[in-house]
Design a protein around this ligand. Structure first.
Ligand SMILES: *Cc1c(COP(=O)(O)O)cnc(C)c1O
Ligand SMILES: [Zn+2]
Length: 448
């Protein structure tokens, strides 16, 4: 069977199409975003059962490149890429675990965490970048004059781009907002040999510049405006369902900034439904930081009105975005998935992240936003105790140790609930015994 995919304008009145090897990010006719569309009829010739079996057989295998969580679903992602051009670091296939203790504390019987930060560069951005860089490698092999791949980033996109480009021997350029990302995130593209440009602006400012730079078609744009990334990221929803033995959870909660990832999540789930692998859809919840919550504000108007905003500084630095590129796609997704948007203050996100940590997780602040939104929705009666809930954890907590240090040292400008400070003692058995006795006496149950 021959499968096919192409770029298509998301504007239904236009629907212009372009080949995937064309350097294009927006529709030439109407300037809308593009999305990758697949020949669903061809994919439909294989039964739902047969697709499930194929995906299961490949899952985590060592047969190149199908053991990757993305490339195990190659026909649904980028069917026409040659395996020689795939640039994979065996991304995806990440842990989905039952957060039993945290669930009990917040009042859920079945809370699950999809740990996307347990990945090559430490965030879900790997899922999309493997696809984009593979497509670039294929285009270069066909003779396209691409000199480098560039992105604006709040930290994780640049880390992913730099690592995949380094693996493929393709130059990468990253534009970062100076002083607004963690040290770990800054070090990643430096270590991988990217050209790192630190600009005195915020993410939205970097995004504007990179869009200008990439008007030169020899510099390929790697932001999620480029819908190739969405094709990789959409496997997260498919993978979650697969990990539940093809059972669909009731609610999936995801933190959102530029809003590519929520669109991707929806896209993967819809593809499963359209090809008969599932019959119901979960509700999708997007969680935003209150200081960068343009989608939440639009949600409050029933999506009648959307206004970009100036994002304020937030601990959830990867989602400090006021003018999300994928706003239209995200709203479309939320309408299809009976969606909810909730926001969280700095205090709420920090406490939620650390409460999770206290139950054995190691959360990034964005996962904190998702957990805080979940807790607020449980309180408001919008998520029921008996529902099966999955929280998408987007990055590894080790990228955000500054956040945790500040929290536990009490250096944030709000009171904190779960502070845990090291006790400095003389190196004597007596001092340690005394400290132990006091600490064990004081052990309290964790509460929300
Ligand atoms: C990029 C990113 C997000 C936001 O994803 P969008 O697609 O921009 O909405 C959330 N969390 C982390 C850790 C990220 O790196
Ligand atoms: Zn168009």
């Amino acid at each position: 069977m021959s499968y096919r995919a192409w770029f298509q304008c998301i504007n239904e009145k236009c629907n212009e199409t372009y080949p995937l090897n064309k350097v294009i990010y927006r529709c030439k006719g109407c300037n809308s975003l593009l999305e990758v569309r697949h020949d669903m009829k061809a994919l439909g010739h294989r039964s739902a059962k047969a697709w499930m079996k194929l995906f299961e057989d490949r899952y985590k295998s060592t047969e190149w490149p199908y053991g990757s969580g993305i490339w195990g679903k190659k026909e649904w992602v980028l069917p026409n890429i040659h395996n020689d051009n795939v640039v994979s670091l065996y991304e995806g296939a990440s842990n989905l675990f039952w957060a039993e203790r945290l669930g009990k504390i917040v009042g859920l019987d079945s809370l699950w965490i999809k740990l996307c930060g347990n990945s090559h560069s430490g965030s879900f951005k790997d899922l999309g970048m493997t696809v984009l860089v593979s497509q670039v490698k294929q285009m270069i092999s066909e003779g396209a004059p691409i000199q480098a791949v560039a992105c604006a980033s709040t930290g994780d996109t640049s880390a992913a781009l730099a690592t995949y480009c380094a693996a493929a021997d393709i130059p990468s350029i990253v534009l970062l907002p100076k002083g607004k990302i963690s040290i770990a995130q800054l070090v990643q593209p430096i270590a991988n040999g990217a050209l790192v440009l630190s600009l005195d602006t915020d993410f939205d400012g970097c995004m504007k510049v990179v869009q200008e730079i990439t008007k030169d078609e020899t510099i390929y744009l790697a932001n999620s405006m480029n819908s190739l990334r969405i094709e990789g990221q959409k496997t997260v929803g498919i993978e979650i369902v697969q990990q539940f033995d093809w059972d669909v959870p009731d609610v999936i909660i995801i933190p959102g900034g530029n809003l590519g990832n929520v669109s991707a999540l929806g896209s993967g789930l819809l593809m499963m439904r359209d090809l008969g692998l599932i019959t119901k859809l979960p509700r999708i919840v997007v969680a935003q930081a209150e200081r960068a919550n343009p989608l939440y504000r639009a949600y409050l108007t029933n999506f009648e009105k959307f206004e970009p905003m100036q994002a304020q500084k937030t601990l959830a630095s990867a989602i400090q975005i006021g003018n999300p590129v994928s706003i239209e796609k995200a709203i479309r997704t939320l309408k299809q998935f009976d969606g909810i948007v909730m926001d969280a203050t700095e205090q709420e996100l920090a406490d939620a992240a650390m409460l999770g940590d206290m139950t054995g997780m190691f959360n990034c602040p964005h996962t904190g936003v998702a957990l805080a939104a979940m807790m607020k929705l449980i309180k408001a009666g919008k998520i029921d105790k008996a529902e099966k809930v999955v929280v998408i954890s987007t990055a590894h907590g080790l990228k955000f140790t500054d956040f945790k240090v500040q929290y536990h040292e009490g250096k944030l400008d709000f009171p904190t609930k779960y502070q845990n400070r090291p006790i400095e003692l003389p190196a004597t058995v007596d001092a340690v015994k005394k400290a132990l006795a006091e600490a064990l006496k004081m052990k309290k149950d964790l509460v929300v």
